[in-house]
Design a protein around this ligand. Structure first.
Ligand code: HEM
Length: 404
């Protein structure tokens, strides 16, 4: 099939209540303010740009959708043109009863023990990135630091070749920034990724290694071989779920700390195993949660008084729920040592993030190494910070003064 170049309306948003668009230029930097404004007026916003699609902004609405796999399907996990070609990337794109088998297959690679074992390597990698910046008075904390860290982690665990990092980042950019509005881009990215992953999996059949690619190449569920395109989908998911997510979370944290040196000083005064480091990491995850998912509405249903119909799409706006004042005390304050932080940055329900141990390790190590190396760094006022819009939100250009 060929896909034409008809695109979704890219006019600026007229109203965030009735015309929201996660690819609007205003989204990346201002999303938290947008969700807070919407929440003061109604719990669920809508748009007609991608067919009908909803945007819930309260914890109650987000929880209802994430926990209800009868009415909301994961076959569509991103809001896009309704006629967009969709490709399986299980477990994230699968529903019960199939979801469980897919998830069980990939989960061991990300268990706490497997992840903890790569900490020394991740720390050495962060130190090398910092050494490369050296004595330079300026640096880009996104391009020279945060974007590289999750690629290193995912490549160690999966066996994907790290020298192809630019290719992965290009696929991610096109998938999230362009494809929701343009089916031709979505199709082309899928073709390129399938061809690439297919070759790697075939190689692992002949040359097995101790990595997730080998596990996936030979995958069986209940004694049956898994369909080859589903295997390709498992690896596609590792690339699109395991890289820009953590890259965005690290970048958002570094953007925040660049403007709050008092917090940097509190952190670097305590040892790396002090609770303050994990509390601060959880608060970065709550406040700057990067990942917004979506579902296809498969039966007529009402969410917080808002009727949704089969065939509609809805966001599962986990980052907006993290700012709901009914759920968090002083929700709009970043509290470095917040206790009982029950944020939903990693989602909730059966699809809760499979890579959360890895993401947390990468974040904490990245913060410890950067803040100790550059304890007085600040934003560089001469160069603009730019943010990724849409499904995975975070700084992509983050210019800083390393020692102002
Ligand atoms: C800070 C970084 C990360 C955040 C905020 C994040 C967030 C999320 C969220 C919100 C979901 C739920 C999806 C849904 O409900 O539809 C999810 C699922 C998932 N994430 Fe992450 N993620 C991060 C890092 C990672 C990493 C490093 C990996 C490793 C590959 C990963 C792999 C997955 C997988 C495989 C799923 C699907 C689980 C399932 O469907 O059962 N994530 N993630």
């Amino acid at each position: 099939m060929t896909y034409g170049s008809e695109r979704v309306d890219s006019e600026p948003v007229k109203s965030w209540i009735t015309d929201w668009d996660w690819l609007d230029d205003g989204w990346g930097e201002n999303a938290i303010d947008i969700w807070n404004d919407v929440r003061e007026q109604c719990p669920v916003a809508s748009t007609e740009r991608y067919g009908r699609a909803f945007m819930p902004v309260t914890m109650e609405a987000v929880r209802q959708i994430a926990n209800d796999t009868d009415n909301f399907s994961s076959i569509w996990v991103g809001v896009a043109r309704p006629d967009a070609p969709r490709h399986p990337a299980p477990p994230i794109t699968s529903d019960p009863p199939n979801h469980h088998g897919h998830r069980r297959l990939i989960l061991p690679a990300f268990n706490p023990k497997a992840v903890a074992s790569i900490e020394p390597e991740m720390r050495a990698f962060c130190r090398k990135l910092i050494a490369d910046i050296g004595d330079s008075p300026t640096a880009d904390a996104a391009e020279q630091y945060s974007q590289h860290i999750p690629v290193h982690g995912i490549c160690i665990i999966t066996g994907l070749p790290e020298e192809d990092a630019d290719l992965f980042r290009d696929w991610i950019y096109r998938s999230f920034q362009l494809a929701p509005k343009d089916n031709a881009v979505r199709h082309q990215v899928a073709v390129e990724m399938t061809e690439y992953i297919d070759a790697l999996l075939k190689d692992r059949l002949k040359n097995p290694k101790d990595d997730l690619l080998t596990v996936v190449a030979n995958a069986q569920i209940d004694g049956q071989d898994v369909d080859w395109m589903v295997k390709v989908g498992y690896i596609r998911l590792q690339i699109v779920a395991g890289i820009d997510t953590t890259w965005s979370a690290i970048g958002s944290g570094l953007w925040h700390f660049a403007q709050h040196n008092d917090e940097v000083q509190r952190l670097i005064a305590v040892p790396n195993d002090h609770d303050l480091w994990s509390e601060a990491t959880e608060e970065v995850l709550r406040y700057y949660a990067p990942v917004t998912m979506a579902r296809k509405v498969v039966k007529d249903v009402t969410v917080s008084g808002c009727p949704m119909h089969a065939g509609d799409q809805t966001l599962v706006t986990f980052p907006a729920a993290n700012h709901d004042p009914n759920e968090f005390e002083r929700a709009d304050e970043f509290i470095l040592d917040r206790k009982n932080n029950r944020h939903v940055a990693f989602g909730l329900g059966i699809h809760r993030c499979a890579g959360s141990n890895l993401a947390r390790l990468e974040m904490i190590v990245a913060f410890q190494e950067w803040l100790r190396a550059f304890p007085n760094y600040s934003l560089d006022p001469s160069t603009k910070v730019t943010w990724a819009n849409g499904q995975v939100r975070g700084p992509r250009i983050l210019p800083v003064l390393t020692n102002p």
